[in-house]
Design a protein around this ligand. Structure first.
Ligand SMILES: Cc1cc2nc3c(=O)[nH]c(=O)nc-3n(C[C@H](O)[C@H](O)[C@H](O)COP(=O)(O)OP(=O)(O)OC[C@H]3O[C@@H](n4cnc5c(N)ncnc54)[C@H](O)[C@@H]3O)c2cc1C
Length: 381
């Protein structure tokens, strides 16, 4: 069989719509991808749920990533970009298109600038920057996944967000097929979101961070972390010391991946902290007081209102760690109510059912709608 040239893939005219088109395989392989068929996606995600990808194209380099996505976009074939799989919830039906697995992983450090390929493991980027005597990323230690996904949801932890360190992002613009550099200001980075999240507009090819020489951390702004380090608000400590403290705190909450610990078979925090408008706030606070009494309610100023703590609301709505109990395949983490976890045999439908029950319980108790943080693929809450 003679395959047509790249860009004219006859995906839609294959007689069996479930079968892989040999011409598609040829084109993707010529572009540098390793291609397989009907690959279960559960093994590529930290929640370890999700049905098969019709086709998996593993792209080991930036050049192959660009070429593969261009080919698929030209042929209007559905694409799911996947890197560490730590911020997705994929349906049990899987993905009926091509999952592009991002494997480019070069990290370059030049003076105070760190540039990482999209597929570089994020925690390796953090560790290497600290080893090179640079401060800034230490509070973001232990976050699973890739460097390329960090701008997608403006990754943040312990008082630091990627937005404050990002210098530029190299993107493949999927509308034009062009590769270009963008300023962080163009990305709409906000609390756990950006214009790239829930969007097919671009592929992050690499990200560049501007850090501080001298080995000191950024000023510490997170009370729990500052206390562990015996620091006052705004003080710095050696970046390596802060990294160890962050990793220790995260391990205690099941927030560092550990294959042997089911509390870490999660997507991290499943819900974002809700932001309540000035208008809504009095009614929400009244409901909280009516239910749990006159307690100190964690609340923080946010650009569009007041940010409440999702974990605190979940617990006060009556969901304890480990909910709904020992026999359930999907449970709240036994260390952290904000993480929904797979105890070994959960399917995506179990995670969805648990998420709905927590979200609805909080809405009924306090009139606050929790929004999921991971990106749903082929399903909705
Ligand atoms: C135990 C645990 C702890 C966590 N703690 C934190 C935390 O403290 N703070 C935090 O912010 N997050 C946290 N997360 C969530 C997650 O680790 C981050 O969001 C991470 O950046 C996701 O990276 P990834 O490579 O796994 O992305 P994936 O899950 O592979 O993808 C996530 C989304 O980004 C898209 N995407 C991925 N790569 C690219 C790219 N190169 N270009 C365009 N789109 C892309 C995907 O299509 C998908 O929509 C945690 C997760 C776990 C499991």
């Amino acid at each position: 069989m003679r395959c047509p040239m790249s860009g004219t893939l006859p995906f839609a005219v294959v007689p069996d719509p479930r079968a892989i088109d040999p011409c598609l395989v040829d084109d993707l392989e010529r572009a540098g991808a390793q291609v397989s068929e009907a690959v279960p996606l559960a093994g590529l995600t930290t929640l370890r749920v999700g049905g098969p990808a019709r086709v998996l194209a593993e792209c080991p380099t930036t050049a192959s990533l660009i070429e593969v996505v261009r080919l698929l976009d030209t042929a209007a074939i559905p694409v799911l970009l996947l890197a560490g799989g730590s911020n997705v919830l994929i349906s049990d039906d899987g993905f009926d298109g091509v999952v592009v697995h991002i494997g480019s992983n070069t990290i370059r450090i030049d003076d105070s600038i760190v540039t990482a390929d999209a597929g570089a493991e994020w925690d390796t980027v953090v560790a290497q920057s600290i080893d090179a005597g640079l401060g800034g990323l230490e509070c973001l230690s232990g976050i699973p996944g890739s460097a390329g996904a960090t701008p997608v949801q403006n990754v943040g932890a312990y008082g630091v967000e990627i937005a404050s360190l990002l210098r530029s992002v190299e993107l493949l613009d999927r509308a034009t097929g062009e590769v270009r550099h963008t300023e962080p200001a163009e990305l709409g980075l906000a609390y756990r979101t950006s214009v790239l999240k829930h969007s097919d507009r671009a592929v992050v090819l690499s990200a560049e961070f501007e850090l501080q020489r001298g080995g000191s951390s950024a000023p510490l702004r997170y009370g729990e972390l500052a206390r562990v380090l015996g620091a006052s608000d705004g003080e710095s400590r050696p970046a390596a010391q802060v990294r160890e403290a962050v990793l220790g705190l995260r391990r205690g909450k099941g927030m560092v991946l550990d294959r042997a610990d089911n509390d870490t078979w999660s997507a991290g925090s499943f819900f974002t902290n809700p932001v309540v408008s000035g208008e809504q706030l009095p009614a929400v606070l009244a409901k909280i007081v009516a239910r749990v009494g006159d307690v100190t309610i964690p609340q923080f100023p946010a650009p569009d209102g007041t940010k409440l703590s999702a974990g605190w609301l979940i617990e006060r709505a009556g969901f304890e760690k480990g909910f709904p109990g020992i026999d359930a395949p999907a449970r709240l983490s036994t260390k952290h109510t904000l993480a929904l976890t797979n105890r070994g045999s959960a399917r995506a439908s179990d995670i969805v059912a648990l998420a709905r029950s927590v979200r609805d319980g909080v809405a009924t108790a306090f009139g606050v709608l929790l929004e999921p943080e991971p990106v749903p693929v082929g399903l909705a809450l």
